[in-house]
Write a protein that binds this ligand. Structure first.
Ligand SMILES: [Zn+2]
Length: 265
């Protein structure tokens, strides 16, 4: 089988289930991976291993067991508190789980081909972890960026009709973006864009057809403007994280690229 044949194998080859059943499977998987994303976004920026050590209550140190780790439901049943020390557990945990479920469902809705779908789901996990890490720590760690770049490239190789043009665009984005970052750091005293953000834009160039990529850049700018104004209002002194806007724009363009490019052209 050549590459395009492998990429074309549909999800229904695994089991011919109705789309609604696959959406339900995606929702459950999304909830589970939402907890994983929470753990990843906590451990990676702190340099902790993601494989070892059970999760603990950050307040009392009680090791969490299976019944504490059921996505959303554990939080609801315990009314958002640790069952041992009664410390409030942030609503961000169930929210991240629900958002991941929605993201996974949108991927299944968008992509009926098995391999591209799996790549999309894996990039979604990395993108959500990176977005949260950027929000909390103002950085996009390489241990998450590198796998995203690799998976994004494989996805591009599978689905891009004009791979060479996409690769040239991605390289140009890196060159231009890193130049803007270096020049602004030199002359303005602070970078207008972070190197990590530049790499994410370039990954977008690999994963999206050309017109969709242009829409993605515009949408990322628009979201950053809106989110930036809100950010400045609530956190006037903190550095604005660009990542969440870029990832949100990339995912929306990826999922809705057919209607979006149809609307523009
Ligand atoms: Zn506790």
């Amino acid at each position: 089988m050549i590459l395009s044949d492998i990429a074309a194998v549909p999800l229904s080859e695994i089991a011919s289930l109705p789309r609604s059943v696959w959406m339900a499977v995606a929702a459950v998987l999304g909830l589970v991976f939402g907890s994983f994303i929470t753990a990843l976004s906590y451990r990676v920026p702190r340099g902790q291993s993601i494989a070892h050590g059970r999760s603990q209550c950050p307040a009392c140190g009680t090791t969490l067991t299976a019944r504490d780790l059921i996505p959303v439901f554990s939080w609801l049943i315990a009314r958002g508190r640790c069952r041992v020390c009664q410390t409030a557990i942030s609503i961000r945990y169930p929210l991240i789980e629900l958002l991941t479920a929605a993201v996974f469902m949108s991927a299944v809705w968008r992509e009926p081909r098995l391999l591209p779908l799996l790549l999309l789901l894996a990039t979604a996990v990395l993108m959500m972890t990176l977005a949260i890490t950027d929000l909390e720590h103002r950085r996009l760690p390489f241990p998450l960026l590198v796998p995203l770049a690799v998976l994004g490239t494989v996805y591009g190789v599978l689905i891009q009709p004009q791979l060479l043009a996409a690769a040239v665009t991605a390289a140009s984005v890196v060159l231009a973006g890193l130049s803007v970052a270096a020049l602004s750091r030199r002359f303005l005293g602070r970078p207008l864009i972070g190197a990590g953000d530049v790499y994410v834009l370039a990954i977008g160039a690999l994963m999206l057809p050309w017109l969709a990529f242009v829409i993605f850049m515009g949408l990322a700018g628009l979201l950053a403007l809106i989110f930036g104004l809100a950010w400045r209002r609530w956190n006037p002194d903190a550095l604005f994280p660009f990542g969440p806007s870029v990832f949100a724009a990339l995912w929306v363009t990826m999922v809705f690229q057919a209607p979006l490019t149809g609307f523009v052209s």
